[in-house]
Design a binder for this molecule. Structure first.
Ligand SMILES: [Zn+2]
Length: 290
């Protein structure tokens, strides 16, 4: 083992002991996952939540999330922060391991009051969110992610991660911190026209890896058309087709509806947790019953 590897192993060991007293189960969407918590000191710090056993993965899932009171806690429809966090947590729960770094960077580092002023400028003057910040005399984005990168390497011993993000700034910050990054995009649907414009501004002005809204709209229209055709075909099969075909068409339509239903993630996570419990249950060994 090299000196560098040894230092990482020691850091990991110290960290494990520190974190052990915070270990507990968290229930989310009906499924449990073990979590440990650690504060991230320094500028742009926050909280680190380490889910499950990340040592099982060469490049574990990592989400670096900037605090957004409106999106995360109030479930505002006007930005994509809440849906991105939700999707990232779904992926971490499905993998049964991952890291969430929740950084105190409200309003892209400028605070909630500046963010509110920016929203007012956006809504009254029609400027995008970055121009609104400039109008107010602030940097469009004053966050830095170097603290997060140092935490990943120095505290968790991670030098390779699957980063759940569309933001190239986060990718570059981790790469500067000597971390190999595989970017995993988070594609969410805008829930209001404000969110749509916010996401478009991030794509156009900050290079976020998001599909143009026009392409998303075409995709959604195609989904809706396919579903409508499925309803028509099922109805026709029930009225005029043989019974077997009608049953098959109905089951296909029902499966499609279930696959799109908002509760599908919860159902999948519960099924996954149930399968995991079954797999971990000690098997009866007939030779030991003597
Ligand atoms: Zn937000």
């Amino acid at each position: 083992m090299s000196v560098a590897d040894e230092s990482i192993a020691v850091a990991g060991l110290v960290n494990s002991q520190k974190l052990a007293c915070t270990s507990h189960l968290l229930t989310r969407k009906g499924a449990e996952i073990r979590v440990r918590v650690h504060s991230i000191p320094g500028r742009d710090g926050g909280q680190a939540l380490i889910f499950g056993d990340i040592d099982r993965f060469r490049a574990p899932l990592v989400r670096i999330h900037s605090r957004c009171l409106y999106g995360d806690a109030l479930h505002s429809d006007d930005c994509d922060c809440g849906p991105e966090l939700d999707q990232a947590m779904d992926m971490i729960q499905r993998a049964d391991a991952g890291v969430l770094l929740y950084l105190e960077q409200e309003g892209r580092g400028a605070g909630l009051e500046v963010k509110a002023k920016g929203l007012r400028v956006t809504q009254t003057e029609g400027r995008n969110t970055f121009d609104a910040y400039r109008t107010l005399g602030f940097e469009p984005d004053s966050r830095e992610f170097d603290t997060a990168a140092r935490f990943l390497t120095e505290q968790l011993g991670l030098h390779s991660v699957s980063l759940l993000t569309n933001n190239p700034d986060k990718v570059h910050a981790l790469q500067r911190g000597d971390i190999t990054v595989t970017a995993v995009p988070l594609i969410t649907e805008p829930r209001s026209h404000w969110a749509r414009e916010y996401m478009e501004a991030k794509r156009i002005h900050r290079g976020h890896r998001l599909p143009p809204y026009s392409l998303r709209r075409i995709g959604r229209r195609m989904e809706q058309t396919c579903f409508a055709l499925g309803v028509v075909a099922t109805t026709a099969a029930i009225y005029w087709g043989p019974r077997e075909l009608a049953v098959l068409a109905f089951m296909t339509l029902a499966a499609t509806a279930v696959a799109w239903h908002p509760a599908r993630t919860s159902v999948r996570l519960r099924l996954r947790a149930w399968r995991r419990q079954l797999a971990q249950r000690p098997r009866h060994d007939p030779t030991s019953a003597v």
